[in-house]
Design a protein around this ligand. Structure first.
Ligand SMILES: [Zn+2]
Length: 51
């Protein structure tokens, strides 16, 4: 694991607000598993906070 290169980001579906965590660099923003809408980046999680 190389934490320096794996920055977690939170992505969210703009339609149903389903959220997921992905690690960058990412090849492509995934689609929402709930409704199939392309998800958007919600926030960077570089502060190490756990929710
Ligand atoms: Zn959705």
């Amino acid at each position: 694991m190389q934490r320096d290169k794996a920055e977690p980001i939170q992505i969210q579906c703009p339609k149903c607000r389903h959220t997921e965590i992905v690690y960058i660099p990412i090849e492509a923003i995934p689609r929402c598993p709930e409704c199939g809408t392309p998800m958007i980046i919600k926030e960077l999680l570089d502060e190490g906070k756990s929710t």
